[in-house]
Ligand binder design. Structure first.
Ligand SMILES: Cc1cc2nc3c(=O)[nH]c(=O)nc-3n(C[C@H](O)[C@H](O)[C@H](O)COP(=O)(O)OP(=O)(O)OC[C@H]3O[C@@H](n4cnc5c(N)ncnc54)[C@H](O)[C@@H]3O)c2cc1C
Length: 345
């Protein structure tokens, strides 16, 4: 198949989460033509899906910033060099046609590029569930696995189940919105940021350690939760309006596993240039599993990986190009088509 320059992009970025968005900007900044393909109808990845209204405290340059604000700015920045953005298409298969040509088959179309940058995060992910009587019956009727709109918990008696970052962060966020907030955790050790756990323990949240959710009762909506102390085996009944089960997420990387790229149990293996075992295919963000084994699923880390990958892709396509450039030294202004005012969602 003969492709025009327009159809054959320098790089296809798979995944429009925060890292894919920054990679899209950065590749454009390095004068590469970019097509971004996102499986859902929304950009922003986990931030948009899981914590749009949560404060982020470790975003470089911000004292604190709310999730949606970060996504809005990432989208604006990503559009700076006029990439092609495809929403609602899930990449199903990648085939290397030759050294500088890849074919990406999605559930709706076929796309071509000289390189691929995989930023698919933890893939199609599903929330972990807890084994408690009545849970399946009340899902969506008082039992939730995500917080889309914190305001819907205003004035409610809320029970949070979990001891990870998600549970602790949401407890802190909802503590002054809910009329009462209880967090139960099956152990006394949290898998959450130390500072957040400290804040939780000194807050108005009722924290019950060594408790699990045993049963959920109600009518057309959840009304009661039976919780069990795993040390004493005694049950307690609580009145609740809503239960948030925040016990982590299962990543589903099964699609990527069919692409013939070397992976470990947590993602796509990359070297320190973010290249995979297949020349021309790179990965960044949560999907990337550094061969060093030191993995950090953090926005700041993912952004650095995106910049590294884009710089390496530039070098791969144009070996005589510089390894990196400072924005003050070179701004390919001829390619700027979007202004901050027009390049929003
Ligand atoms: C509750 C919670 C709170 C967090 N708080 C913080 C925090 O305060 N600070 C911090 O640094 N980090 C935080 N994180 C982690 C941070 O959100 C992730 O590290 C970050 O989202 C990773 O970005 P990503 O772009 O690599 O992946 P993702 O955000 O997962 O985005 C991946 C995108 O790829 C798309 N995709 C997947 N498969 C395909 C496919 N086959 N084809 C096309 N598109 C596909 C997905 O739909 C998604 O939009 C938090 C995470 C959670 C869950």
């Amino acid at each position: 198949m003969d492709l025009s320059d327009e159809d054959l992009y320098d790089v296809i970025v798979l995944g429009g989460g925060p890292v894919g968005l920054f990679a899209t900007f950065y590749a454009g900044f390095r004068d590469l033509s970019v097509k971004l393909i996102e499986a859902t109808e929304d950009l922003g990845g986990q931030i948009t899906l899981l914590y749009p209204d949560k404060y982020i405290y470790d975003m470089p340059g911000f004292y604190e910033v709310i999730g949606t604000e970060v996504v809005k700015n990432l989208v604006m920045q990503a559009k700076r060099y006029n990439p092609t953005i495809v929403l609602g298409e899930r990449a199903l298969k990648i085939t290397k046609l030759n050294d500088h040509k890849f074919e990406v088959v999605t559930d709706k179309a076929v796309h071509y590029s000289k390189t691929i940058l995989i930023c698919t995060g933890i893939g199609a992910f599903t929330p972990n569930k807890v084994e408690a009587v009545g849970i399946p019956e009340f899902e969506g009727r008082g039992v939730f696995y995500y917080v889309r709109d914190p305001e819907r918990f205003r004035g409610k008696k809320v029970l949070i189940v979990g001891g990870g970052d998600s549970a602790v962060d949401w407890a802190l966020h909802l503590k002054d919105i809910a009329s009462s907030l209880t967090l139960i955790h099956r152990r006394d050790v949290f898998r959450a940021h130390e500072k957040s756990v400290d804040a939780l323990m000194h807050s108005n949240v009722t924290v019950k350690l060594f408790y699990v959710l045993k049963e959920v009762k109600g009518d057309d909506w959840v009304r009661k939760a039976i919780i069990t102390n795993v040390q004493s085996n005694k049950d307690e009944e609580m009145e609740v309006d809503d239960i948030l089960v925040l016990v982590g997420y299962k990543a589903d990387l099964s699609i990527i596993r069919q692409w013939g790229i070397a992976m470990d149990s947590r993602g796509v293996l990359v070297d320190d240039t973010m290249e995979t075992n297949i020349p021309g295919i790179y990965a960044a963000g949560d999907v990337a599993s550094p061969k060093s084994g030191f993995r950090q699923n953090l926005l700041a880390v993912g952004f650095g990986q995106a910049a590294t990958a884009a710089n390496r892709i530039k070098k791969y396509l144009e070996p005589s190009s510089s390894a990196f450039e400072h924005s003050t030294l070179r701004e390919p202004s001829s390619k700027i088509t979007a202004s901050p005012e027009t390049a929003t969602h």
